[in-house]
Write a protein that binds this ligand. Sequence first.
Ligand SMILES: Nc1ncnc2c1ncn2[C@@H]1O[C@H](COP(=O)(O)OP(=O)(O)OP(=O)(O)O)[C@@H](O)[C@H]1O
Length: 607
Amino acid sequence: MDEAIARLSRLGYMGLEDESESDSPPIPEEVQIEDSPIYRIERQLGKGGNGLVCAGRPIGPSTSSDEPSTLSDEPSTSSGQTGPHAAEVAVKFQQKDPSGIEANIPREWKVYDDLGENHGIPLPRVLYRGQQGDYNILVIDLLGPSLQVRLVDNHPSIPLAAVACVAVEAISILEKLHSRGYIHGDVKPDNFLLGPPGTPDERKLFLIDLGLAVRWRCHSTGLHVRYHQSPDHFRGTPLFASVHAHLGRTSSRRDDLESLAYMLAFLIRGQLPWHGFQAEDMLICKKKMATPLEALYHSCPPPFLQFAKFAVNLSFDEDPNYARYISLFRGMIGQNPYVWPVNADAARESIEGDAPPKSSLLRGGLTRLQWISIFQEHPPMRQRIRYNVDNVNLPLFIEEARADGMYVSSVASRLNLWAVVMDSGTGFTAQVHTISPESLPQHWIREQWARNYHITAIAGADNGSTLVVMSKGPQNCRQSYHVANTFPYGWIKRKWAGGTYVTAMATVGGNWVVIMSSATGFVHQVVEVDFQYPYEGIDERWKQGYFITSVAATPDQVAFVFSIPEEEPVGGPQEAAQTSNFPETVVAETWPRNYYLSLLCYSRPVS
Ligand SMILES: Nc1ncnc2c1ncn2[C@@H]1O[C@H](COP(=O)(O)OP(=O)(O)OP(=O)(O)O)[C@@H](O)[C@H]1O
């Protein structure tokens, strides 16, 4: 993904001062780019993470007699005259990359280019663009106030029907943008503007700011982009971003619609339950996931809740049923939409779609994670499993199974008792284990490393004690571990770059412990981190050929590591189960099919 377009921890509101302001070169008093007229910069219209937008008035003639080249079929709001009565334009200043490393063309320009002419989306027309001094400058149609200004800042209580008008128009605009292969990526009240006051467009809704727009459909193949998650990559405005955006998932059409659902709740309520943690985008994400939609839309007319349910339950590459969403609001707009400050043309245009609502909801508040077990097909072998084992009985069980030719393959902990999986198909030739009462037994691990043992399983108890299992064979490897109180994705990524992969993972007393090894037999690895069981991420990764090779969870967060093995593993696809009791009955059902428990993890339910 393009790093240059990521905007972390953005303020999200026009009017808040940006500390970097003083470092920016001064905005020119006059602008002339390419063959444009000379524009006098008159006043600031808004300020975003990407630059400054000002009103400009043409005061001198264009150096060319040609009309400005236009990129849209929308009616012009500029008259072509110069002087005090000439129509104003909006001038967007974006500072050039001082390092000169980034190509000096803002992403937004490329998106406008790609959309070409006659795109049919209500965006401001691009009149001119070019560079002057330290700035990339885009001259576009001047529009009117944003929804933030028109409906929130200047309107103590917005009629619900007016918000319904916004809903239908915004859904229709997003549908048009999506149909051109793009998603907006930053849906929020600041980015929807009404037309200029006093013009026929004054109640028409426009979308601005394509700075974070990305393609959801590949230009050349027409295929949906591939699913991926980079947990450290956030783009958008935290207040309105979808939970998938917070979690660093590849953007798709559902993200714009989920942001729109939050925007509508914001217009109705004037704030959102996660207001106040703007900088801490992961806290916002947690709060979003923990807030039932029924609470978010409490005492709102049902169409808003219904739309939000549709939006947050869309899967990654599902086609949104825009016509159906619009039809939800039709009854609210009433017979005479002209009384509202925003047109609702889309409510009249659309016809209701037929697709029934999905019955299985992907989200609706936090799920209580408990036992997560992963099963893998394997040529017939012996497997023995014990759970609720205390520190005294653990060595006895392990010795007994060892005497029968089995080694520990996986361990987990629940309520300070251990669960142990032992089987005859590990390929290990020797094994040792220890229970350390507090944190990681670093000294013991180093001793075993010196004896050519490697960490092959690890579990942590709530009381901080750690069970570490180290094994020999079938091949030697170098290992390193990392302990952190947040999921250490940055460290993992750095180690991936050095050719090592995650081979074991646990959480101990709230800390993540991750073990990475060389010579793993993996050729690629990705992670899936979520605040609930990531059904969709697991399915997508399985479809892409990955296998789950590690899993661990805190009470409210779960991380899966997926790997592509060097050699195709023997056996069929993996299976995963999520159960509140120890998965004994699942095991009883899978063993006769030669599916064996390969990974196990327990997450304390959230109380
Ligand atoms: N064509 C326009 N007419 C009138 N005002 C505009 C226009 N374009 C932008 N603005 C004002 O400037 C603000 C910032 O514009 P824009 O979102 O394009 O900039 P940005 O730097 O990409 O912002 P952000 O980081 O918030 O996305 C808008 O919220 C709006 O108030």
